[in-house]
Ligand binder design. Structure first.
Ligand SMILES: C[S@@+](CC[C@H](N)C(=O)[O-])C[C@H]1O[C@@H](n2cnc3c(N)ncnc32)[C@H](O)[C@@H]1O
Length: 186
């Protein structure tokens, strides 16, 4: 559910730091469709050209009041229709996909070689749709260690992660809620 205030989420920030380090992202152009009021990206990528896209006027107003970094663009439009004017390096999908949603249709303007992080607390269906699309290659998944309080971007076990996703048809899925990272290959 979208909150009535802007939020920063420590877990998301960790994921972005891990992505930044492993993929060597320097000020990527970012698209965040169905952003809600989540401004975590601004903590890790303050210099980035970042497109926050949401249909909800209240979300956009709350984002406006948050005084985000200079190159933050707030777009009130359907993310199925809007594509940023510049080629995108990273698309962030968070709780944007449901079984009914066309998650691939939200990935607009991503350049070849660019990345998508897809995460949904309740379902891995968005990740499975990206996995099934030949435009995208799974390159890893965020793994958390609650005891050590760490987040590691695992790029070493893609074959095993792929098998887990393919077999994951549970409604209440243990493979949901993780950040799946894809690269656009065509
Ligand atoms: C569950 S919230 C997720 C918010 C945020 N990504 C997060 O993880 O905190 C889903 C958001 O998608 C937005 N939304 C729904 N349909 C949309 C569309 N077609 N284009 C853009 N945003 C949309 C809603 O307004 C809502 O803010």
């Amino acid at each position: 559910m979208t909150e009535n205030k802007t939020v920063t989420v420590p877990l998301f920030i960790r994921e972005y730091r891990a992505l930044q380090e492993v993929l060597r992202l320097k000020n990527p152009v970012i698209s965040y469709p169905a952003c809600g009021t989540d401004i975590s990206l601004a903590k890790v990528f303050p210099e980035s050209e970042t497109y926050y896209i949401d249909t909800d006027a209240n979300c956009i107003e709350l984002l406006r009041q948050a005084h985000l970094p200079a190159k933050s663009y707030l777009i009130r439009q359907s993310a199925y229709e809007y594509a940023p004017p510049d080629p995108v390096d990273l698309v962030v999908l968070r709780a944007a996909s449901t079984d009914a949603a066309d998650v691939v249709g939200l990935v607009r303007g991503l350049k070849q070689g660019g990345y998508v992080i897809e995460s949904h607390w309740g379902s891995s269906s968005g990740a499975r749709k990206l996995l099934a699309d030949p435009q995208f290659k799974l390159i890893g998944r965020m793994e958390y260690d609650d005891i050590k309080d760490t987040c590691v971007f695992d790029t070493q076990n893609v074959a095993a992660i792929t098998q887990q996703l393919i077999g994951d048809t549970d409604v209440i899925s243990k493979y949901a809620g993780k950040g799946y990272v894809f690269q656009k290959i065509t």
